[in-house]
Design a binder for this molecule. Structure first.
Ligand SMILES: Nc1ncnc2c1ncn2[C@@H]1O[C@H](COP(=O)(O)OP(=O)(O)O)[C@@H](O)[C@H]1O
Ligand SMILES: [Mg+2]
Length: 381
């Protein structure tokens, strides 16, 4: 316990409160603001350590800030702070913590003490929910060496600060939401403009070059016209893809609709089948989308067919995505590394998620790209 708390240096405390209010008022980056305010909270309360958990979009609690964690909690890249297995989180989730500030035993500290690790003498912590009105964002935890009980004044002080932090979190999240919304709107506007201007111009060049080929008998001129037409067609296809990617960010479609749309742009008919649940974690969806695009692109470029069979299968433990064509097929082992960047990228994208991408192909029968991504216990949930 430091002098500030013991002597109640009133002016000094007011000064620190003002600093906290200023930090919260000017903050626009959530992580920076929480770190800064946490260190000020420790200064004003004289407590030893503090940390903040925030609930992410999937409802999981994540360490958002910490200050002066004891070695037992900070070792191995704060591994013990990553699990949700703690009394405070249990209480928060079943609603008990949401109604009042609590002094709780700490499971993380308990385990660390059992293993005789250095906890700075911390055993309990005060936990208070971070909220704004009826919206809850997470937990502020503050611990003091050797303290099993916290005074009423201290707890009230913490509750007051937690309310201010909660309001700031709400403000920052709202601002971020508005910013993302503005970006989305801008992407949609840009894609519409590109579609109505550059895309239409490319279409006109394409048509003109096509008719130009029949307006002259001079071979060099007709060849040049044919080249222009081909380049314009290619540019148009690429432009379509850019426009689609821009719009994709603005529209909340799922993986299958995105791939169906993408295949449609390339003139490929996609027959899809989905089994199991359909919501995917963002990173998994992102990587599967890119793998799927490459596989469909390969069908368009190399398979000599315009049909692809797509399947997505969810089980408890994994996701399987398969893109299959009955085209010309190829001998996988005969493709030189320098010419298989697309295939390699598919493998690395699956690898990022600890999964694997297998390519099975037979000349004359077609190709299957089969991706398996683990879910449970893999960090992909
Ligand atoms: N679905 C497919 N059908 C037939 N051949 C394919 C298919 N996918 C890939 N290939 C063959 O594998 C090669 C490597 O593919 P990839 O790494 O994607 O490179 P790229 O698309 O640039 O040619 C292709 O050039 C092609 O010969
Ligand atoms: Mg390719």
């Amino acid at each position: 316990m430091n002098n500030t708390r013991r002597n109640g240096d009133y002016l000094n405390q007011l000064e620190l409160y003002k600093e906290i209010a200023q930090t919260l008022n000017r903050g626009f980056d959530l992580s920076v603001t929480l770190h800064e305010v946490l260190s000020q909270v420790l200064q004003i309360t004289g407590f030893t350590s503090g940390w903040i958990f925030l609930e992410n979009q999937e409802g999981k609690m994540e360490l958002a800030a910490d200050c002066r964690l004891p070695p037992a909690l900070s070792e191995e890249d704060k591994a013990s702070m990553c699990s949700e297995d703690c009394y405070c989180i249990e209480r928060y989730k079943d609603g008990r913590l949401k109604t009042a500030l609590n002094v709780v035993e700490c499971k993380r500290l308990e385990e660390a003490i059992e293993k005789r690790k250095d906890t700075y003498g911390l055993t309990h912590h005060a936990s208070v929910a971070l909220r704004s009105g009826n919206e809850f964002f997470g937990i502020l935890n503050i611990a003091d060496a050797g303290e099993l009980f916290f005074g009423k004044a201290e707890l009230q002080q913490l509750e007051a600060i937690a309310l201010q932090i909660g309001n700031t979190i709400k403000r920052i999240l709202l601002t971020e939401h508005q910013r993302m919304d503005a970006i989305r709107q801008e992407r949609i506007r840009l894609s519409s403009d590109l579609h109505d201007s550059v895309n239409q111009l490319l279409f006109s060049i394409n048509l003109l070059a096509k008719s130009g080929q029949y307006m002259s008998d001079i071979p060099s001129l007709t060849d040049a016209m044919a080249d222009i037409q081909m380049i314009a067609q290619k540019a148009q296809l690429e432009m379509k893809e850019i426009i689609w990617r821009l719009r994709k960010q603005g529209l909340e479609k799922d993986l299958v609709s995105h791939l169906e749309h993408y295949a449609g742009l390339l003139g490929i008919r996609m027959e899809s089948e989905v089994k199991g649940r359909s919501a995917l974690p963002f990173e998994v969806e992102h990587q599967l989308l890119r793998i799927g695009q490459e596989a469909i692109n390969n069908v368009k470029k190399h398979a000599q067919t315009d049909v692809v069979k797509f399947s997505l299968l969810f089980t408890e433990s994994e996701i399987k995505m398969e893109i299959k064509d009955s085209g010309c097929g190829f001998i996988v082992t005969e493709i030189a590394p320098a010419y298989s960047l697309g295939l390699e990228n598919m493998g690395s994208r699956a690898g990022i998620l600890n999964g694997e991408c297998r390519i099975i192909s037979q000349q004359g029968s077609g190709t299957a790209v089969s991706v398996t991504i683990p879910l449970k216990g893999s960090g992909n949930e």
